[in-house]
Design a protein around this ligand. Structure first.
Ligand code: GCO
Ligand code: MG
Length: 403
């Protein structure tokens, strides 16, 4: 079999997605996700100018060799643009291999290790009452794990909490980055009150999660972890900036609150210390940002040695293609923890017919040969690329800060 053509398709059915379609001389094709939220065009250029010409005529069955060719061969290793480009190609190649074998992808990864894959969804709100209501509503819809975020009184709504940044409406609603305001001293005493109210109203049978979005220093995160201990969160996510690996040791020394990080990591080397020193409990890499199925499996296998569990990043800017690949990996690996699943717009589902399915808090990969996610190119044409960015955050005095 030979690769005859590779198409890079950019469309925005609610979010911008970069999709790779690898076509072979045998009529089989494979689909991959190469989206980097807010930097989509950079990946398109990387793929079209530097990757596609090198792959025409190659054997699509040689997945590991092509991964190494694109990784080692580039000389300029790692980084989100390179690794998303590799991911898009890698997912499409696994799709072709599994279609050729007439098997769902998870069978090629060792087969099922569990009957179903638990997901968590998000609830945000302008005040604690609104978040409690949202969590109760998701409980009624069958969710066993829920991420809760609340807006800070006296400050405008921030990403993930309020209507101005509603993820269902696209989250990144502006053509240029929205500038948000952050105040740690107002946030720190509020979050324990949120989880006290949640435990009071929804009880102890549900897994509760919280995402700090990299906003704290290590000692502030340690304080938050201690204050949240009575409410036994499933995890505290991105408590400090992800690149501050030594900082996690400080957080760890002070709290038994489980810690999760990884959505901005691209390779096993970004999280090697965190995993091997057992400074975290969950590694949140995702197929599209961590080098595809090959990269993701490599990281999770490494993590399994240290009993660190998986938790694939799965917001709506991780396309249904990457979600499908994540779910095939989730169902197969021994150290699965949880899968993030924030849901997609109707237009996104229309554009990506998918074999994976969601029902009452759990997902299944489906039994279609390949990873089971396709792209309807006619639908994609209806939703052209439209520039959109994540917000930036400033302190009340105007200083730019992490979020
Ligand atoms: C999450 C994330 C997202 C990211 C987004 C960036 O936990 O789902 O923090 O909300 O901010 O995916 O593109
Ligand atoms: Mg997050």
């Amino acid at each position: 079999m030979k690769i005859t053509d590779i198409k890079i398709i950019v469309a925005s059915p609610g979010r911008n997605f970069v999709t790779v379609k690898i076509i072979t001389d045998q009529g089989l094709y494979g689909i991959g996700d190469a989206t980097v939220n807010g930097r989509e065009k950079a990946v398109v250029a990387y793929l079209e100018d530097h990757v596609v010409p090198c792959l025409i005529g190659r054997d699509p069955a040689r997945i590991e060799d092509i991964w190494q060719y694109l990784y080692k061969g580039a000389y300029w290793r790692r980084g989100p643009i390179t690794m998303a480009s590799i991911a898009g190609i890698d997912m499409a190649l696994w799709d072709i291999k599994a279609k050729a074998a007439n098997m769902p992808l998870y069978q090629l990864l060792g087969g099922r290790s569990r009957e179903r894959v638990m997901v968590y969804k998000h609830v945000g709100g302008m005040d604690i009452g609104e978040v409690v209501e949202g969590v109760q509503a998701l409980r009624e819809q069958g969710l066993d794990a829920i991420r809760a975020q609340v807006s800070i009184p006296g400050l405008p709504p921030i990403y993930g909490t309020g209507p101005s940044t509603d993820q269902a409406a696209g989250g990144m609603i502006r053509a240029l980055p929205n500038e948000e305001v952050w105040a740690t001293h107002k946030y720190l005493p509020l979050v324990p009150k949120l989880f006290e109210a949640l435990r009071d109203k929804v009880g102890w049978d549900v897994h509760l999660l919280h995402d700090v979005h990299h906003r704290l220093t290590p000692i502030e995160a340690a304080r938050l972890g201690k204050d949240l201990e009575p409410y036994r969160l499933f995890w505290l996510e991105d408590a400090i900036p992800a690149e501050l690996q030594d900082g996690f040791r400080i957080v760890r020394q002070h709290t038994t609150q489980p810690l999760a990080v990884g959505e901005i990591f691209n390779t096993v080397w970004d999280c090697q210390q965190l995993i091997s020193e057992q400074l975290i409990d969950y590694i949140r890499v995702t197929s599209v940002h961590a080098g595809g199925v090959t990269g993701l499996k490599r990281i999770f296998d490494f993590a399994s040695i240290y009993h660190v569990r998986s938790a694939c990043h799965g917001p709506m800017d991780v396309s249904p293609v990457a979600m499908g690949c994540n779910i095939h990996v989730d169902v197969a690996i021994p150290n699965f923890g949880i899968q993030e699943f924030s849901g997609y717009t109707g237009a996104t589902h229309e554009m990506f017919p998918s074999a994976w399915s969601y029902e009452r808090g759990y997902v299944q990969p489906g039994e279609t040969p390949g990873h089971g996610v396709d792209i309807d190119e006619a639908v994609a044409e209806k939703y052209p690329y439209s520039p959109a960015y994540l917000p930036v955050a400033r302190l009340e005095d105007g200083t730019l800060t992490s979020w």
